[in-house]
Design a protein around this ligand. Structure first.
Ligand SMILES: [Zn+2]
Ligand SMILES: [Zn+2]
Length: 125
């Protein structure tokens, strides 16, 4: 996964994102990466995250005006607990394939879909 165009900052950010499934915000990523690169700034983390979103190495989800980052860029959906904010992966090929196949949008060749399910996690319900 890790290739030469990546700087040490990007490598540490990616390593962290690949080690968690919590879809952290930039602040959380910053706290984690700071342990490896003490002089890194939050702005640098933001910049690197956004560059990796543009290059397709990281997924960015906007929920309630806040950005969450995901190191898993494979086709998957998310479910959000509207009480505690927990964000979990939903791997349901049936839904993604169905949505992509049936979107029927002239002028577009659709290759991926983002769906956010909302509800309550078992702890909150
Ligand atoms: Zn919850
Ligand atoms: Zn995810």
């Amino acid at each position: 996964m890790v290739d030469k165009r990546l700087t040490i900052q990007k490598i540490k950010i990616l390593e962290y994102l690949h080690s968690v499934h919590s879809h952290p915000t930039a602040d959380v990523v910053y706290e984690a990466v700071k342990k490896h690169i003490p002089n890194i700034s939050l702005a640098t983390v933001y910049r690197n995250l956004n560059q990796m979103v543009d290059s397709g190495d990281v997924l960015r989800l906007e929920i309630n005006g806040e950005y969450h980052f995901d190191g898993d860029v494979s086709k998957h959906l998310h479910c959000y607990c509207s009480r505690c904010g927990k964000l979990v992966d939903v791997f349901n090929k049936k839904i993604t394939d169905y949505a992509i196949k049936n979107v029927d949008l002239p002028g577009f060749e659709v290759s991926n879909v983002q769906v956010l399910f909302k509800g309550l996690c078992t702890k909150c319900s």
